[in-house]
Design a protein around this ligand. Structure first.
Ligand SMILES: Nc1ncnc2c1ncn2[C@@H]1O[C@H](COP(=O)(O)OP(=O)(O)OP(=O)(O)O)[C@@H](O)[C@H]1O
Length: 652
């Protein structure tokens, strides 16, 4: 192919300038952020210069001062930074998209790593979004430099002349357009400084009053901060919120520069997990409240601050670009959060456990949604258990990872365990079967029964646990999760009395008698009656009957209800397990056998037996709903006691 012509693409300033002024930035208000950032950069540059041989004088306290002149419709921003010579004004201001940042950082790189905010060479021009006239008065730090005055009315024409300015630094003065008069209001200007510049490392004043709070704790080393510092910062960011439970301080230079503090808030039922509340900063300048791309979705309910100069922002610093880097930063943040949790698990289980009720929900949500995170946290997912476990010894490097389960408090607090530990502990009795409870109040009787026979039950009662149980089943395909009321472990049943004959004339076993008694009395085709003798050291405290809901059928029903956005109905198909070892049931059997039929064909004791069967069934149903744990337990026990007494009286 023959090359016909080569050349440079040209731009007509007259055409492109309005685009830069009007369309590059989404919000007009960000002009203030840009001009203050330029002032901060100028001050940082002065700091760098002062560390080199070039400058021997003393630096006064750095500051940026804003002033409003309502009469002249002007707002000005003055810094005592590096200033500009006439040549520099021509180079950096008159040439659009020309930033001094790269050149400067390269020249003074030995003078520490002061972060420079600007690098596109465009920010200054955002002032034309709101101003009809922009002026610069500037005096460079350079020896013999003369002060310069530059002005431009937004056309491509500018004017440079001398200035009366005697102090080093730069003043940018904007004469505002009619419709931008809001920036002459002190309150509005203060609010903008607070929003965008609160944590910039230079005092920003409106008149004599310093507006920004200046300290950016996330830039500090974690070892310099106390618990109170973290809590105070949280209160500053979210004044109306309860104290957070836990926080993660990100502080790394490699592979990305990421600083930040992420807090795990206390979970509230109305929390919107899709709406992020983490603030995104770039070099301490506020960018946005929307961290969606930078924070993995499962960490969105966290609060706090992320600051990274590696986050690829577009020129307006309001949008993210470059998916790949953003995704890597997001993965990196997830990893850091996982690391912190692991560290806490290892070093301070007491705190880990005391915040688990809330933090656990985030961690489970994360494990479900992010495979890498799951791998990181799978060994530190813990569950409250009915087992009485000894507290773990304080972690040492040798004992790391070897602890069995442990308690929140050495003195009688609930015990917590990992799934692995649970399965290992119960391998002999019920290999690969996990008994769980997801409603402590309504399943109290069942939990008690399991506990009394030394069967360990896990509490999976957080709102995320329904999903999480299904997730665990997919992860551990050999393991079955059975709710305490779904079926009974073999070890709870006493098979020895099964064949005991109670009626020599009919050869009926006690089991048969009781089964047919309940079937006849309850007359419910959807109800399956199952009779078993439950093992117990004290039958009076064991339940006379209990309703069993098969795990898979119950879950299917719950799923359907969820899909149709309805409340879960109690399944009509269920099993009534009647405890043939309970004195109430035994008395009931004797009562029904001793029926004396009266002339009208009715039997008093038969009728009583009928009522009591019904009552026993009702009680079993009630044990599934309502009441708190204690209330339910005592109601059930008391009712059964009364009924036992009643049947005793009636039978003798
Ligand atoms: N207050 C100031 N003091 C000294 N130099 C300044 C000041 N404001 C601007 N400059 C010079 O003008 C250049 C261009 O500024 P401009 O705001 O357009 O872009 P930037 O800050 O470099 O980059 P960005 O577009 O990313 O903000 C700066 O790089 C700096 O050299």
């Amino acid at each position: 192919m023959t090359t016909l012509e080569q050349g440079k693409i040209s731009i007509h300033t007259e055409n492109i300038f309005p685009i830069i002024k009007k369309w590059l930035y989404s919000d007009h208000e960000i002009f203030l952020r840009e001009l203050i950032s330029n002032g901060v950069d100028a001050i940082q540059k002065m700091r760098m210069v002062s560390m080199s041989d070039e400058f021997s004088g003393n630096l006064e306290e750095p500051e940026i001062v804003l002033a409003i002149d309502k009469d002249k419709k002007q707002i000005s921003i003055t810094d005592n930074g590096i200033g500009m010579t006439a040549d520099e004004v021509k180079k950096y201001i008159n040439q659009v998209a020309f930033s001094s940042a790269e050149e400067f950082v390269e020249k003074y790189k030995s003078a520490g790593d002061q972060a420079i905010i600007g690098h596109f060479g465009l920010g200054f021009y955002s002032s034309f979004m709101v101003a009809s006239q922009v002026e610069i008065e500037t005096l460079s730090y350079k020896e013999g430099a003369e002060a310069v005055h530059w002005s431009c009315d937004g056309s491509t024409e500018f004017q440079i002349d001398s200035s009366e300015k005697t102090e080093r630094g730069t003043t940018i003065r904007l004469t505002l357009q009619e419709e931008e008069a809001e920036y002459l209001e002190e309150a509005r200007v203060k609010q903008l400084i607070k929003t965008y510049c609160d944590f910039l490392p230079v005092p920003i004043k409106l008149g004599d009053e310093q507006i920004n709070q200046q300290k950016a704790p996330w830039k500090e080393s974690p070892s310099n901060l106390t618990k109170e510092d973290y809590l105070e910062f949280y209160k500053y960011l979210y004044p109306f919120e309860e104290e957070p439970l836990l926080w993660v301080h990100l502080n790394t230079d490699y592979p990305f520069i990421v600083n930040g503090i992420l807090y795990f808030p206390k979970l509230k039922p109305d929390i919107d997990v899709t709406k992020g509340q983490i603030k995104l900063f770039c070099n301490q300048v506020f960018v946005s409240d929307n961290c969606e791309e930078v924070i993995p979705q499962f960490l969105m309910p966290l609060r706090g601050v992320i600051d990274s100069s590696d986050i690829p922002l577009n020129v307006s610093r309001s949008f993210l670009q470059n998916d790949r880097t953003v995704r890597r930063i997001s993965d990196y943040i997830a990893k850091k959060v996982g690391d912190r949790l692991k560290e806490l698990y290892r070093d301070d289980r007491k705190q880990y456990i005391s915040s688990w009720q809330d933090v656990g929900t985030f961690v489970k949500f994360g494990a479900i949604n992010n495979d890498k995170f799951k791998q990181q946290v799978e060994d530190i997912l813990v569950y409250r258990t009915t087992a009485e476990l000894a507290p773990a010894a304080p972690a040492t490097s040798e004992s790391e990872g070897e602890d069995d389960a442990w308690k929140e408090e050495a003195s009688g607090g609930p015990s917590y365990t990992t799934l692995k530990e649970y399965l290992e502990r119960n391998k002999e009795r019920h290999e690969n079967r996990v008994y769980y409870c997801n409603d402590e109040a309504n399943q109290a009787t069942y939990v008690e029964l399991h506990k009394s026979q030394g069967l360990e039950v896990l509490f999976l009662d957080a709102f995320i646990d329904t999903h999480f149980t299904s997730f665990l089943e997919k992860e551990y395909t050999d393991v079955k999760f059975l709710r305490v009321d779904s079926e009974l472990d073999e070890t709870l049943i006493d098979k020895s009395t099964e064949a005991e004959i109670v009626d020599p004339t009919t050869n009926q076993t006690r089991t048969d008698t009781i089964k047919s008694l309940f079937e006849t009395c309850l007359e419910k085709p959807s109800l399956t009656i199952r009779t078993e003798a439950l093992k117990s050291t004290d039958q009076q405290s064991a339940p006379p009957a209990m309703v069993l809901l098969p795990e898979s059928a119950r879950r299917m029903q719950e799923m359907m209800a969820m899909m149709q956005q309805q409340n879960v109905q109690f399944p009509t198909e269920h099993t009534l397990l009647v405890n043939t070892a309970h004195p109430l049931i035994q008395n009931l059997a004797s009562l029904s056998q001793g029926s004396i039929v009266q002339a009208d064909g009715q039997s008093q004791s038969g009728e009583l037996a009928n009522d009591i069967c019904q009552h026993v069934y009702d009680l079993a149903l009630m044990a599934q709903r309502g009441f708190d744990a204690e209330g339910m337990k005592s109601f059930t026990e008391r009712s059964n006691k009364v009924l036992t007494r009643l049947t005793e009286l009636a039978a003798h």
